[in-house]
Design a binder for this molecule. Structure first.
Ligand SMILES: [Zn+2]
Ligand SMILES: [Zn+2]
Length: 211
């Protein structure tokens, strides 16, 4: 398994390209902006699907362009359908060059679902809170978690946007920190990567949430 992380757009969304090297199959996660950059990074691989960790426009802004170019299924949790074309704030869709309308998901993510990419297995962990449908992807063999906006280095996803829920967020964080070991590398929705162990020790938002 190979993973390429491309920061895209105004808010530096981490778009991940997960590649099963043996089969050459790839999955693109959170293609929020910069279609040409994403397309370039996919060269030489066979794209099998597009996945959004959640429905925020800065994470799904180029789903439509990818679907039109590659004609592959789009995976997302159904609880975030209502967000797909919501600009969040006035003019934001233009600032990030979102290609709207975003298509509806072809495959609905569910908690503990397994997506296979050749021999690479991606496990879905439904972690609501930032949005109702936010899902992390866990690649157990390589101990990598693609966390969307659940967690950031030293922070957590905001819960004040439509559908946000602090109680649900705390429960989701609790679960992830119970299930995953310290050495797991976390690719966050924006900015720097981190590890479960670093966050367990230093993230102030987790005090009183995880034991
Ligand atoms: Zn978000
Ligand atoms: Zn985000």
């Amino acid at each position: 398994m190979l993973i390429k992380v491309l920061p895209v757009g105004l808010l530096s969304v981490n778009c991940s390209i997960v590649v099963d090297e043996e089969s050459g199959q790839a999955m693109v996660v959170d293609p929020g902006a910069d279609f040409e950059k994403i397309k370039g990074a996919l060269e030489g691989y066979s794209l099998a699907g597009i996945l959004a960790t959640h429905g925020h426009i800065d994470h799904v802004g180029q789903v439509r362009s990818l679907k039109e170019t590659f004609n592959v299924p789009f995976y997302m949790h159904p609880a975030d359908r209502f967000l797909l074309n919501d600009p969040l704030w006035h003019g934001f869709e233009r600032q990030i060059g979102a290609n709207l309308p975003c298509p509806e998901p072809d495959v609905e993510l569910q908690d503990r679902m397994e997506i296979t990419l050749g021999k690479t297995k991606l496990r879905v962990i439904h972690t609501p809170g930032h949005t109702p449908g936010l899902c992390c992807l866990y690649i157990e063999e390589d101990k990598i978690l693609i966390a969307g906006d659940l967690l950031f280095k030293g922070g957590v996803g905001r819960w004040d946007l439509p559908g946000g829920d602090l109680r649900a967020l705390r429960n989701s964080l609790k679960r992830v920190f119970e299930e995953l070991e310290d050495q797991v590398l976390v690719i966050t929705g924006h900015y720097e990567e981190t590890t479960i162990g670093w966050e367990r020790r230093f993230n102030p938002y987790l005090r009183g949430v995880i034991s």
